[in-house]
Write a protein that binds this ligand. Sequence first.
Ligand code: AKB
Length: 339
Amino acid sequence: MRKPVILITGAGGEIGHGLVTRLAASGASIITLDVAPLDASLAPLVAREFTGSITDQSLLERILAEFEVDRIFHLAALLSTRSEFTPVTAHHVNVEGTLNLLEFAQKQGESHGRSVVFIYPSSIAAYGMPDLKTKARAGRVREDDYAHPTTMYGCNKLYCELLGGYYARHYKQLSADAATRRVDFRCVRFPGLISALTLPSGGTSDYAPEMIHAAAKGEPYACFVRPDTTIPFMAMPDGVDALLALASAPRERLTRTAYNLGAFNPSAAEIRDMVLKAFPGATITYSVDEKRQSIVDSWPADVDDSAARADWGFKPAYDLSRAFETYLMPGIRQRYLSN
Ligand code: AKB
């Protein structure tokens, strides 16, 4: 007898930390797949941990044979900065890995006869604003506008959104068994996420969390974007809540495949001001990396998330000051005090 479980790929990453903890607290049975072993705080929360790659077909076959997966949170990915250094590897992991997981979901659904809910975090990197003037004029960008990414990661994310829609609606549309589509694909476009518990690596929105964590550790930080740089950000608990809310939304309420999510849109200078207020002795300077700057400049300053609010009740709990005062500062202080 196979056991019904939730599969989380990339579970040891930033989102995975919050998600595993929340799902475990709700009593869910979780299996994970990550290239690195889970850290000691997460490992006891999961029913089985697989250490390996989403590109390893035989490992996926083994998981398929042993478990009955009815929900997948596919978090594993190489982020935007890292992907620019290794674009072919990024494509391999971000696109071919996602294709493997979509096939895995379809086969799972075929074997147990139900749809598999497939939750996919896409990103504001799926956008490509042509220039700063347009970015300033565009305001709250809608999902279908400016979808011309300039990074490998953004291209990967946008394509995988489409691929998920294909599996959900058109998979094998010319074959006789077209009626057995089993992937219930649902996707959010995340802003930059900021966690009190973990630090990101390999992203381009990393300047915000890096600035905050460096100040908490008493280390100087040189911000790699200009003070006026503005993109959307979100506190990690709202990101995790959004994934869980989308996963349990009634299918018939969903009018889109990919949903924007917004929370707050501070400039780098505003984040610096908040950090200096919390850590008055912090040293935060600017040392602009023009190449990474141009990536952040290609992402919108704000997004229109009205579809997510209307369809499945998305409502972030944290604006910028609430995120700082009630989530980031207490969590970060606690983290570095106890280290
Ligand atoms: C990155 O910077 O690559 C990510 C993202 C915005 O998706 N944080």
